[in-house]
Design a protein. Structure first.
Length: 121
């Protein structure tokens, strides 16, 4: 059973925090204020669609929303970083809260098989 316990307006209407109680858990959702536009991200999204077809972009976005591990491979480091940043921006209003390494040196590739969390946020 869902009970919304509070609607908290924070930081001069920049965003709202919704606090819900579900059973014995408290869950907080945030959303931008309705009178503010969605932030503009100055990234060339066309580049991503030149590297990946639409089906693969949707598949990677889906994997990101499920917080799965994603490995992008490219011989062009600038393109690799740009596509990684574009994919992260597609998560808005969510954001990636896990380890994010746009370029991994070859000697650190054994880390890809690690099953444990490296850092606690």
């Amino acid at each position: 059973m869902l009970h919304i316990t509070a609607l908290v307006s924070v930081v001069a209407q920049i965003f709202f925090v919704y606090i819900c109680k579900i059973f014995q858990s408290t869950i907080r959702f945030w959303a931008p204020a309705t009178n503010l536009p969605i932030p503009y991200v100055a990234l060339p999204y066309r580049v991503l669609f030149e590297c990946l077809d639409v089906d693969n972009v949707i598949f990677v976005w889906y994997a990101l929303t499920l917080e799965r591990k994603i490995l992008l491979v490219s011989t062009q480091y600038s393109l690799l970083t740009l596509c990684a940043e574009i994919l992260c921006s597609l998560l808005f209003p969510m954001r990636w809260n896990h380890l994010y390494v746009p370029i991994l040196p070859r000697f650190l590739t054994p880390m890809l098989g690690m099953r444990t969390q490296l850092f606690n946020n």
